[in-house]
Design a protein around this ligand. Structure first.
Ligand SMILES: Cc1cc2nc3c(=O)[nH]c(=O)nc-3n(C[C@H](O)[C@H](O)[C@H](O)COP(=O)(O)OP(=O)(O)OC[C@H]3O[C@@H](n4cnc5c(N)ncnc54)[C@H](O)[C@@H]3O)c2cc1C
Length: 436
């Protein structure tokens, strides 16, 4: 599209970034008959890490109207998690929630393909305009209110204005950084190095075909996630200090040597893509909405990917921010109250997940991985509590594992806030209720 097509002032919202959070925002706005301009700096498909989904992620894709676009792309089906922690390994079997009406499976994805499916779906939705290879450079203010953006496309600078601007730019955090909102967390300080292998043969998988493996060892953890029939993503997380004193290849090899269940799965594979890495990804913002803006997904918070909730949280906050935008458009006088409500929703989801992660890193009863094992095995929990928590049950007030995680004051991430109760997929009462 020509860049001047974006130069109009009547968009309901402009979204910075076309990843999962931005696409979910746009799709939800379209479901409500609103207009959106999505500006994405890259051309899709583009590489992105973050390849294992939760069952609730698939539920959220269904609410967004895109789940039926997933078959036929070679995405493996995940039915469980092989959790390897000191003291043994444990199959987290998604099937156990089936008789209660919860989804018992989800997808593993090659993100380049998945993100394109989602952004294409947004672009086809009525009222949504997507411009790729368009990088947002600056914000436009009217008084204190953010009312638009300056962007660059084909070497030209242009602008667009709207009633709301959404920061969905992920780690770049265009708006959250410009407003100085981002706080770095010093609790975990981990870095990731990862490779992709081809020639995967699941007969060498010690657990079930398609499942994720998470292996925790003395000072880090590894993932193994099949993303196509014959391709598997394997990553090693290590403290940044360890990575600095060593090399990415060495950190990767050390992790594999400590986790033979993951190494076995790589039998007869060869490297499809060499080593890559990500670091400095532990941060959050206490302000997630303000005059004319909402911050969604990774742009507002990211901590550690061990339980694969990043895309679910990105989709959920993108969708919720769109619903809140609609509310503000219908009733501008209520904007301040809506902002607070959105922030509570965002913080409840991310902090519940963060608390689960902190329990993995907690060394109070031994090495890393021992406390989460102790928590998972503790009295009074049902298998449903355990599995649903790992599936994305972050907005619940009746899950006993979530309750116990919330009892740890040292796991607090955000400044104190009011917990939001109500799952974005299953509502307050669980199946069969689904809220849109
Ligand atoms: C090592 C690692 C492993 C992970 N594993 C998992 C996993 O197994 N499962 C899972 O669910 N999640 C995982 N995640 C997290 C997941 O990748 C993210 O949570 C998810 O991608 C967040 O989506 P988003 O839309 O908020 O951000 P992104 O997906 O990062 O999208 C942001 C978009 O904004 C665009 N952008 C940036 N700057 C600009 C600009 N100036 N102008 C226009 N566009 C811009 C970018 O190009 C990008 O497309 C992992 C993350 C890491 C680091």
């Amino acid at each position: 599209m020509a860049s001047n097509e974006a130069d109009r002032t009547d968009y309901d919202a402009i979204v910075i970034g076309g990843g999962p959070s931005g696409a979910a925002y746009a799709l939800t706005m379209a479901q409500h008959g609103r207009t959106v301009l999505v500006l994405e700096k890259d051309k899709f498909p583009r590489f992105h890490i973050g390849e294992s989904f939760l069952p609730y992620t698939a539920d959220m894709l269904e609410l967004l109207g895109v789940l039926d676009r997933m078959p036929g792309n070679g995405f493996p089906i995940k039915r469980g998690l092989d959790l390897i922690v000191p003291g043994g390994n444990r199959l987290v079997d998604l099937e156990v929630t089936g008789d209660e009406g919860y989804r018992t499976w989800t997808y593993q994805v090659e993100r380049a393909r998945f993100d394109k499916i989602l952004l294409d779906a947004a672009g086809e939705a009525p009222g949504v305009t997507v411009m790729q290879e368009t990088a947002v450079k600056d914000l436009i203010y009217t008084g204190e209110r953010i009312t638009g953006v300056w962007f660059e496309r084909d070497g030209h600078r242009d602008s667009a204005t709207a009633k709301y601007v959404i920061d969905a730019s992920g780690r770049a955090g265009v708006l959250s950084r410009a407003l100085g909102l981002r706080k770095t967390d010093n609790q975990l300080r981990m870095a990731a190095v990862f490779k992709h292998f081809e020639g995967l043969d699941e007969q060498y998988n010690p657990t079930r075909e398609g499942d994720t493996q998470i292996g925790v060892h003395a000072d880090g953890w590894m993932w193994a996630i099949p993303i196509r029939d014959d391709i598997i993503s394997v990553g090693a997380m290590a403290p940044t200090s360890v990575l600095r004193a060593s090399s990415p290849e060495e950190v990767f090899a050390t992790g594999l040597a400590r986790l033979p269940r993951i190494a076995d799965r790589l039998t007869n594979t060869t490297e499809w893509h060499g080593i890559r890495g990500e670091r400095n990804f532990e941060y959050h913002s206490d302000t997630l909405a303000g005059p004319g803006y909402f911050i969604v997904g990774d742009s507002g918070c990211f901590t550690d990917p061990i339980f694969s909730a990043g895309v679910y949280l990105a989709l959920s906050t993108g969708r919720r921010a769109a619903q809140e935008t609609v509310d503000c458009l219908d009733n501008p006088a209520g904007e301040e109250q809506v902002r607070l409500r959105y922030e509570n929703f965002f913080k409840t989801g991310y902090e519940t997940y963060y608390r689960l992660i902190r329990a993995v890193y907690d060394t109070r009863v031994g090495t890393m991985g021992t406390y989460i094992r102790h928590l998972l095995m503790s009295d009074g929990l049902t298998e449903k509590d355990r599995v649903l928590t790992l599936n994305g049950d972050f907005w619940n007030d009746s899950n006993r594992l979530v309750e116990r995680l919330r009892e740890h004051p040292e796991y607090q991430l955000f400044d104190p806030f009011e917990v939001h109760v109500g799952c974005p997929v299953y509502g307050k009462d669980g199946p069969p209720l689904r809220v849109s």
